[in-house]
Design a protein around this ligand. Structure first.
Ligand code: ATP
Length: 383
């Protein structure tokens, strides 16, 4: 069984605490993505799991067995790295077969058969006689995957395996890896700093920062119910709008606008004064206006469009406040690609109260997360 448990695992390098007491329970057959900025401790966590580093404190279990001091060969894991690590002088067949060299219980013919089967699965059967130098990046990555898969391990450990590929190929390989995971049902821990990979591939995401786990949850939960400002800011592209301000009676007061808060949000805020309002760009609604001072309800403001980034299907619209002389962004919004907004336009901005997040400005902790009843209704409707 490929269940992985980390119990208060810490890894120090001299004075540097690379991984700080992380506890994590990864289910058998789960695809868990470890994500976070550079230096947050993702690779070190993976290397401890692989047996390439020994934890300074805490314990690692795979399939219920204690692993801390077990050599990599005896952990029933297979690793896939960013740089493929293929042997240039060997053919694809030999490279993949190499993954089986240390496995017992196979005859030579069975090893060859296994390599062929896996090559068929990965669509590289016609490349078996080539050398890595004669392959594209995507094909090399498939061979590296193949070498891991032939071993039929309990656990796959993958460290940024797609980061050397161009954007289109990366997107294709993401889908292929997901299909493979559904087929092979091998517990996978996948390290990336790319939040799109995390969102699209993971059963659950473990978000790390400064060696500590910030949240372990489904992509949906990380996006809509972040534990804190770090997770809210890391997951989501373009980034969530985070507006610092204070609570005054029943109103959030920021530098450029005030926003009324309802009873449940106020109860959650309690006696905190410094708070941060969080709004995802897709929840910043824009309406054109030709008036300098249009009629506004309490959840609306007037802003100026400072920059429009067209992405084809959508536009990222940067908004500045009319009183802000430097024209710096106050908010970012997403509009549909066909909805034409131009730099210099004056727009009415609406933020619906059921879409807001509120964070404690000091601790960063989420005090209130957006409601997502609508999404749940939709899912039920679909079923
Ligand atoms: P990246 O995305 O850049 O690969 P990461 O999240 O994988 O980053 P790690 O490589 O795990 O981060 O590094 C975590 C911290 O531990 C960093 O501060 C790094 O400098 C430090 N570190 C990692 N390996 C060693 C080592 N062998 N000796 C000393 N410090 C190390």
């Amino acid at each position: 069984m490929g269940r992985i448990q980390l119990d208060k695992m810490t890894k120090r390098f001299g004075d540097t605490v690379a991984v700080d007491e992380i506890s994590l329970d990864i289910e058998d057959e789960e695809f868990l993505v470890l994500v976070g900025p550079s230096g947050c401790g993702k690779s070190t966590t993976l290397r401890c799991l692989a047996g390439l580093e020994t934890p300074s404190d805490g314990d690692i279990y795979i399939g219920g067995d204690h692993m801390n001091f077990r050599v990599p060969q005896n952990r029933d894991i297979a690793m896939v790295f960013q740089d493929y690590a293929l042997y240039p002088h060997m053919t694809v067949h030999e490279n993949m077969r190499f993954g089986l060299e240390e496995e017992e219980g196979y005859t030579a013919a069975e090893r060859d058969e296994r390599v062929k089967d896996v090559a068929e699965t990965l669509g590289i059967a016609d490349l078996l006689d080539r050398k890595p130098g004669e392959l594209s990046g995507g094909q090399q990555q498939r061979v590296a995957l193949g070498r891991a898969i032939v071993r039929d391990p309990e656990v796959f450990l993958m460290d940024e395996p797609l980061s050397n590929l161009d954007a289109k190929l990366r997107a294709e390989m993401r889908t292929e890896l997901q299909d493979l995971q559904n087929q092979l049902k091998v517990t996978t821990v996948y390290v990336t700093h790319n939040q799109t990979e995390a969102m699209t591939m993971a059963d659950r995401i473990a978000v790390m920062d400064g060696g500590e786990l910030q949240q372990v949850a489904t992509p949906f939960e990380c996006y809509h119910e972040p534990n804190n400002m770090f997770v809210a800011g890391f997951i989501g592209e373009p980034m969530i709008n985070l507006i610092h301000g204070t609570r005054s009676a029943s109103t959030f007061v920021g530098d450029y606008f005030s926003y009324p808060l309802d009873g449940a949000v106020l109860d959650a805020i309690g006696d905190r004064e410094d708070i941060v309002l969080g709004v995802r760009p897709e929840n910043v609604e824009l309406t054109e206006t030709t008036e300098d001072e249009p009629h506004l309800d309490e959840h609306e403001f007037v802003m100026d469009v400072s920059v429009v980034e067209p992405h084809g299907d959508q536009n990222v619209v940067h908004l500045s406040h009319p009183t802000r002389s430097d024209g710096e962004d106050v908010l970012q919004a997403i509009t549909e690609g066909m909805h034409l907004v131009t730099q210099g336009d004056r727009v009415k901005v609406t933020i619906h109260p059921d879409t807001i997040h509120v964070f404690d400005a000091r601790s960063g902790e989420a005090i209130h997360n957006r409601s997502h009843e609508q999404t749940t209704d939709f899912t039920q409707h679909e079923q």
